[in-house]
Design a protein around this ligand. Structure first.
Ligand SMILES: [Zn+2]
Length: 206
């Protein structure tokens, strides 16, 4: 599965469909390879700097987009629907800003519409728009919730993210399997116990 969205054309600069990676970026990666203890001039590593450069442009594609754009097209005709809308178990990948190591997890995103709803896939697009940047999980969680809160003006927003951090599982304290959960509750999900319980139970967390 490609992690690129509809507008991946923007990343493709050459006829072969490959983004040109500037020489200084490639040199930086060669320096890192040397520092790690290998020889960037050996055959197996010759194309690595360009590949790594392209990969990072893809990991950080979110810098080129404003996630709120995905919430600009709303539907007001909701047939009297006034219950929670939830997108559950959305897989995502991000990178921690402290080690530039992968953060891999799932998000549950819910809101209680006031008058407007969006196409359900748009919630996942908002997640990816913020995840494809250098992040910390706490800020990622807050940014998604705030974006929905501001743009849809719903009665409540609930975002719960569970993720593992390669900077913890593959280095440092090396604790494979340990995950981190963060949540942000706004509006009725923060103020009303019953609403919060309901949304957490729909998320499978109650
Ligand atoms: Zn880290």
């Amino acid at each position: 599965m490609s992690i690129l969205g509809d507008d991946d054309e923007a990343l493709r600069g050459t006829p072969k469909g490959k983004l040109v990676v500037p020489e200084d970026v490639q040199e930086a990666i060669r320096t890192l390879i040397r520092w790690s203890g290998d020889n960037p001039d050996r055959e197996g590593l010759l194309d690595t700097p360009a590949r790594v450069g392209r990969a990072w442009k893809e990991y950080c594609q979110g810098y080129d987009e404003d996630p709120s754009v995905h919430l600009s097209r709303t539907f007001e005709e909701v047939g009297g629907y006034d219950e929670i809308v939830l997108l559950r178990d959305i897989p995502f990948q991000s990178h921690c800003e402290h080690h530039m190591a992968p953060i891999i997890g799932h998000a549950h995103i819910a809101y209680l519409p006031h008058s407007r709803v969006v196409g359900i896939s748009k919630l996942a697009r908002v997640l990816h728009g913020f995840a494809r940047r250098l992040q910390i999980q706490e800020r990622l969680t807050a940014e998604i919730a705030d974006c929905i809160w501001t743009n849809l003006e719903p009665l409540g927003v609930a975002v719960v993210i569970h993720a593992t951090h390669a900077c913890m599982t593959a280095r440092g304290v090396r604790t494979p399997g340990v995950g981190m959960t963060t949540s942000r509750m706004m509006g009725v999900f923060r103020d009303d116990d019953r609403s919060r319980k309901e949304v957490l139970s729909l998320m499978g967390l109650g």
